[in-house]
Design a protein around this ligand. Structure first.
Ligand code: PBG
Length: 324
């Protein structure tokens, strides 16, 4: 039995009907806003390739966090631009580092925000890779201890969740062990489990000043052609103690989000990354796309693919658009 008995258009006739039968309801409650912390005071330096996004000193970060909280966005993820870089990313573990101080200040301001910290070395190493270099290669095992110490320093500063994004093998276990040894057994880990080697990170590398000075990240980040391998990465991170997992980027990897969602019963995050933001901003600035409709459609698609949590630079705009 089909037409004329069945007419799917009946339920699309009015906005009220469409609202009633909508399958995916995008809400601000699942959004996380990424922020870039830099040294100094009263600094707000716009990232040219990411209109609306800035590198900011701790005082400014706290001010924007107040706004983020007032918009009903549940949390932020912090990236650091340190005062100094070296071969091993030593500044990333300092209790006086930019991220550590930002976390402390957000805590002191008593904001109702989940504060997530990105755990990685690329912003802190002079060569820009996510691990230490041995014999011209990014060395896996030698990197794990530094990552664990960095996560511990974030925990001590008051982070609510640590999120390793380096893609070293075994880093979740190393971080879990270190946190547990120091009585942070209740601190969750959000693993960037399926993180692909992507051209869409381009603008982020301007924002975080983390462009690799030689080579690329293909020896540790995933090959965009692989899907089954993503399930393996997720399984390993969960075995090692990850509480939540993330797929990154989001748009070219909606199938991965769906497969991870179907295969595992943990919260799944998706990172709507810098390049995905910049293409929309650039097209909108040219009048080629309706920014609001485009962004809401993109985020609805990411949620429909199975993401419970979406990290997105559009979070503040979306919160305003969705406000009742
Ligand atoms: C690495 C890291 C990257 C992003 C988040 N964490 C960049 C990279 O791997 O080069 C990208 C985020 C984005 O593009 O918005 N620590």
């Amino acid at each position: 039995m089909s037409f004329p008995t069945h007419r799917p258009r009946r339920l699309r006739r009015t906005e009220a009907l469409r609202n009633l039968v909508r399958e995916t309801r995008l809400t601000t409650a699942g959004l996380i806003y990424p922020m870039f912390v830099c040294p100094g005071t009263n600094v707000r330096q716009e990232v040219s390739s990411m209109p609306g996004i800035a590198q900011q000193s701790v005082d400014q970060i706290v001010e924007e966090c107040r706004e983020v909280e007032s918009l009903g966005i549940p949390g932020v993820i912090l990236f650091g631009l340190p005062e100094s870089k070296d071969a091993t990313g030593a500044s990333s573990t300092s209790p006086h580092g930019v991220v550590q101080r930002a976390v402390e200040s957000i805590r002191k301001a008593n904001l109702n925000l989940v504060v997530i910290t990105d755990v990685c070395l690329c912003e802190y190493t002079d060569h820009g890779h996510c691990g230490v270099i041995e014999n011209g290669e990014v060395a896996n095992d030698a990197t794990l201890g530094i990552l664990a110490n960095q996560a511990l320093s974030h925990a001590r500063a008051g982070a609510d969740i640590v999120a390793p994004s380096d893609m070293m093998d075994g880093r979740v276990a190393a971080i879990r062990g270190k946190l547990d040894d120091h009585k942070f057994e209740n601190l969750p880990i959000l693993a960037y489990a399926a993180k692909y080697s992507s051209a869409f990170y381009g603008p982020f590398r301007e924002a975080a000043q983390s462009t690799p000075q030689f080579g690329d990240r293909r020896s540790y980040q995933m090959d965009p052609a692989n899907a089954r391998e993503a399930l393996k990465e997720v399984a390993l991170d969960l075995e090692e103690g990850a509480d939540m997992v993330m797929v990154k980027p989001a748009l070219a990897y909606l199938d991965i989000i769906r497969r991870v969602r179907d295969a595992f019963d943990v919260p799944v995050g998706a990172y709507n990354v810098s390049g995905e933001y910049s293409v929309v901003k650039a097209a909108a600035a040219n009048g080629w796309l309706d920014e609001r409709r485009t962004v809401l459609e993109i985020l609805t698609g990411i949620q429909r693919a199975g993401a419970d949590i979406i990290l997105t630079y559009h979070a503040k705009d979306v919160a305003r658009w969705l406000a009742p």
